[in-house]
Design a protein around this ligand. Structure first.
Ligand code: C2E
Ligand code: MG
Ligand code: MG
Length: 311
């Protein structure tokens, strides 16, 4: 079946019933300037958090960051998240890219930032690049757990609070999290500031803890690709994912299945009741934000933008 995307139709209903405008993909705002890199050095002029860490440490965090990466070497790409039920674009996820070869993988870049005590500064810099490029679109943004204890995200001038559409903050389950890492108080406080929602990312990977879903009350849970890969030819995996989706729904969360690569996986994921999907099947991360390729479509409705080669 041909599946359209971004057509005018029923407005997408985000979690908790707030309206999200249904935007045809063709109405993506012009991404001006046409660069997905930081122009100038706005991060250098951003005031450090007033609370934690102390100002001198926060200023040092920029120096620490610059010791292994220059802001010019960072950029942001976007990958669509689609509504599997309405067959429409739902939102985009922002993903950092680094042109330094040994820091190309985002988790390696963040490990380096953790080692240098500048995770919060790096996250803020990424949001300064990515959020303005997604004006007018619901946007998923990854937050490293360590950022939550560094005091950056709660700053009122953070780009996420100025975004003109819903923002979904993804906190990963793929690294071991202590209670203090999670800082559920920070997350809950941030999510009371209208239009900001919490997402538990990578459920089913590494160090997942189902209790976090009960404790954090996320609006959305993203199932890791480990639960999705090969789901179409593994009945027990389908049962497992169906049960996890059911559990999430009972706990008040909608579900995104990540890493969908084939039409067969997509069909099996839909059968589990998952609400949204993301993966190479629909589009690889790219800048400008790519069009959605639906299974069965021979080609996107418009010429595809240049896709990122690294994925
Ligand atoms: P994630 O947030 O779960 O992002 C999804 C990852 O899966 C991305 O890898 C994406 O390129 C990849 N992916 C998407 N569709 C498919 C697919 O169909 N098949 C496969 N095999 N992979 C797919 P990426 O960009 O390398 O990011 C890896 C992880 O790094 C992210 O996982 C996230 O945890 C972290 N990360 C990326 N960007 C940021 C960022 O800006 N901030 C923070 N804190 N973490 C980030
Ligand atoms: Mg993510
Ligand atoms: Mg994920």
């Amino acid at each position: 079946m041909m599946i359209g995307c971004g057509r005018a139709g029923e407005p997408a209903q985000p979690p908790h019933g707030e309206p999200v405008t249904d935007k045809p993909i063709s109405s993506l705002p012009p991404l001006e300037p046409t660069s997905n890199r930081l122009s100038g050095a706005p991060s250098a002029s951003v005031k450090p958090p007033a609370s934690s860490p102390p100002p001198d440490e926060a200023i040092d965090s920029l120096t620490a960051l610059r010791s292994f990466v220059d802001p010019d070497e960072l950029s942001v790409v976007f990958q669509p998240i689609v509504s599997l039920r309405r067959r429409e674009l739902y939102a985009y996820e922002a993903l950092v890219r680094c042109s330094v070869p040994e820091l190309r993988a985002p988790p390696v870049l963040f490990d380096k930032a953790v080692d240098n005590g500048c995770t919060g500064r790096l996250g803020r810099m990424i949001r300064e690049i990515g959020v303005p490029l997604a004006a007018g679109l619901p946007l998923f943004v990854n937050i490293h757990p360590r950022e939550l204890s560094e005091g950056w995200l709660i700053q009122p001038d953070d780009p996420v609070f100025g975004h003109d559409d819903d923002v979904f903050l993804e906190v990963t389950e793929s690294v071991p999290l202590s209670h203090s890492d999670l800082c559920s108080g920070v997350l809950k406080e941030v999510c009371t500031r209208g239009g900001v929602h919490l997402v538990v990312d990578d459920l089913g990977a590494g160090y997942s803890n189902l209790k976090h879903i009960a404790d954090l009350e996320p609006a959305i849970v993203k199932l890791d690709r480990q639960l999705v890969a090969g789901i179409d030819h593994n009945r027990r995996q389908r049962e497992l994912v169906s049960a996890v989706v059911d559990l999430c729904v009972r706990l008040g969360a909608e579900v995104v299945a990540e890493g969908i690569e084939t039409p067969e996986e997509c069909r099996a994921v839909i059968d589990t009741g998952a609400h949204y999907g993301q993966g190479y099947l629909f589009a690889r991360p790219a800048f400008p934000a790519p069009l959605v390729q639906w299974p069965g479509d021979e080609k996107p409705t418009d010429p595809p933008p240049a896709t990122e080669r690294s994925d």
